[in-house]
Design a protein around this ligand. Sequence first.
Ligand SMILES: C[S@@+](CC[C@H](N)C(=O)[O-])C[C@H]1O[C@@H](n2cnc3c(N)ncnc32)[C@H](O)[C@@H]1O
Length: 217
Amino acid sequence: MKLKYLFGRKEKNEHKIIRQAARRGADLLQPEYHRPTPECPNPERWSMYDSMTAEVEVLEFLRCLVTTIKPRLVVETGTFMGISTLWLAEGLKHNGFGRIVTCEFDPAVFASARQRIAASDLEHWIEMRNESSLETRIEGDIDLLFSDSDMPVREQEVRRFLPQMNPAGLILMHDASSHLKVVREAALKLEREGLISVVLLPTPRGLVVAQKRAGRK
Ligand SMILES: C[S@@+](CC[C@H](N)C(=O)[O-])C[C@H]1O[C@@H](n2cnc3c(N)ncnc32)[C@H](O)[C@@H]1O
């Protein structure tokens, strides 16, 4: 505590990544460097921009899911730099309808995402909120939920939005690898409680694709 006081607070990882990206002036692709897991032994075969933005292949998957299931309402928690938001919005633009509500609670991170999104041609499809996923109010049925905020709150997030999930819709929980544990365990717990059915995609950071069980036909 005393050292922190003397030397100042450690820079938040999100702020550091945004600062480095701004200095570079361009998004730089690199091999994924999260550690190998039994389900994904060669993470270096995937690509990433940085350790917080979803893997590039997952970004492509997000766009493809949007064009495949044609959601009217997409909800994303954890906007960060807005890169996954833009990939989801690309899918909506291709479909020609729908909208995405994305929330980011850190004001500095939110401001940087707003700049990126304003500079794109996809702003029309995106509603940005500088709010916590645990407080923001969503109107209507959610067809696609991408849960990508802080890992320890993902379970709460899914529980919070579950009543509004379209039973034919999809819930995605990022960072669900066996190494990162907390999200994987949360998803399996929700499954044991009979609330959702899960598929664990073996990507470097792990991705749960789930569906709520209530109302499934
Ligand atoms: C892993 S990053 C999101 C990455 C982004 N979805 C992407 O792939 O481009 C997580 C972000 O969630 C934000 N965050 C954490 N907890 C949150 C919460 N409860 N509500 C909203 N945002 C949150 C963090 O500030 C951070 O920017």
